[in-house]
Design a protein around this ligand. Structure first.
Ligand SMILES: [Zn+2]
Length: 159
């Protein structure tokens, strides 16, 4: 892995010319100019870096997106058996369409990745946790409508 991935810790959210964006397909960190953030393709696999939908993360893929990438990551902790989670799913996908490319949205299946659920102390689902550079910024529990969800994220990020 290139060591350049760790070079822009201080200037990531404001004023930086470029950001490190983890590819939603292969997890490669791509350096993307802020001005062209929404239109980039992955330098390794050639697929779009933003497609207006959440990326499903497990413990193996988590660090690239939540810790090494420069984008804030909004994580939906869910499970197949959870009715409110299934109701939340289309709202969360719509939120990705509104919040990308400033925020990456991710889904973590708490059954498939109990290690991540434990690490974040998830006690009820759905739980939404907003993370930047591996640090939790905000969280909320329970389903919510799209405008409230998007508003909560923007407010939490101070935008
Ligand atoms: Zn890729």
């Amino acid at each position: 892995m290139p060591t350049a991935a760790h070079s822009s810790t201080a200037a990531s959210s404001t004023g930086a010319d470029s950001l490190h964006v983890a590819c939603p397909h292969c997890d490669t960190l791509n350096r993307v100019p802020v001005a062209r953030l929404g239109g980039g393709k992955c330098g390794r696999c050639g697929q779009p870096l933003f497609e207006g939908k959440p990326v499903a993360l497990d413990g193996r893929r988590f660090a690239a997106h939540a810790e090494r990438g420069d984008l804030p990551l909004l994580i939906d902790f869910w499970a197949e058996w959870c009715g409110p989670c299934r109701m939340m799913a289309p709202v969360f996908t719509q939120a990705a369409g509104q919040l990308e490319p400033q925020v990456r949205l991710a889904k973590v299946d708490t059954e498939a990745a109990p290690d991540l659920a434990a690490r974040f102390g998830i006690r009820s689902i759905p739980s939404l946790v907003l993370v930047h550079h591996g640090r939790e910024i905000a969280r909320t529990a329970g389903a919510m409508p799209l405008p409230a969800l998007v508003g909560w994220v923007r407010q939490s990020l101070g935008r």
